[in-house]
Design a protein around this ligand. Structure first.
Ligand SMILES: O=C(O)c1ccccc1NCC(=O)[C@H](O)[C@H](O)COP(=O)(O)O
Length: 212
């Protein structure tokens, strides 16, 4: 099986180049000031200009208003909007209509009720990202926390979806096997410190995902 890999939270040309060189299908840019991975729309625009055709740039926002998203898109021509906050299904539908871009809704999973919540977004989101539920305090994502992949092992989804949360070069193959994912997303599992991508870990993650 060919697994798509999104490397999220890229901030430097060197990290973008490493993701591209080792075969990432998607790269994610975080527009959330409290995050150590936050960058400006202008910075993201310069990184997107480096991407070859076939690598999809994604803008990650958290409960962002329309003006904020418009400002991002004016300088960072992404191809997917990732909504990683508490956006309702109605808000996801609104974003799709307003910005004319595919929207990926991230849903935190800790139990079967969260799996049901994720299904609620199938009718409005273009893609889903099934992530670990974040801690009560702290960032809404990028925490290096995994969830029980068995919770989604028997699920069938009507939209393409990414598995995320605590993935590393060491566990991604097993995560794919258990969850049945054909696309995975990683951030802190390929970092040597929060917000600092490690190129060897990027290479190892992509090799491990491809071997699954
Ligand atoms: O990465 C961040 O700093 C971040 C901040 C706010 C919301 C979401 C964030 N990241 C979300 C991602 O797409 C991560 O790749 C995903 O949560 C998995 O993260 P990790 O467990 O660190 O691989």
């Amino acid at each position: 099986m060919s697994v798509s890999v999104k490397i999220c939270g890229l901030r430097t040309p060197e990290a973008v180049d490493a993701a591209v060189q080792h075969g990432a299908s998607h790269v994610g840019f975080v527009f959330y000031p409290p995050s150590p991975r936050n960058l400006s729309p202008e910075e993201a625009g310069a990184l997107i200009a480096r991407l070859p055709d076939g690598v999809t740039p994604v803008a990650l926002t958290v409960d962002a208003d329309d003006a904020t998203i418009a400002a991002i898109l004016s300088q960072a021509p992404v191809k997917i909007l990732q909504a990683h906050g508490k956006e309702s299904p109605a808000r996801i539908a609104e974003l799709r209509g307003r910005f004319n871009l595919p929207v990926m809704k991230a849903v935190g999973i800790a139990g079967t009720e969260d799996v049901a919540t994720a299904h609620d977004y199938e009718s409005v989101a273009d893609l889903l990202l099934l992530d670990a539920k974040p801690p009560r305090k702290g960032l809404p994502g990028g925490n290096g926390l995994a969830f029980d992949w068995g919770l989604i092992a028997e699920e069938r989804w009507s939209r393409p979806w990414f598995l995320a949360g605590g993935l590393t070069p060491d566990n991604v193959a097993e995560a794919i096997r258990i969850s049945g994912a054909s696309a995975v997303d990683v951030s802190s599992g390929v970092e040597s410190a929060p917000g600092v991508k490690n190129f060897d870990l990027i290479a190892a993650f992509l090799a491990a995902a491809r071997s699954a």
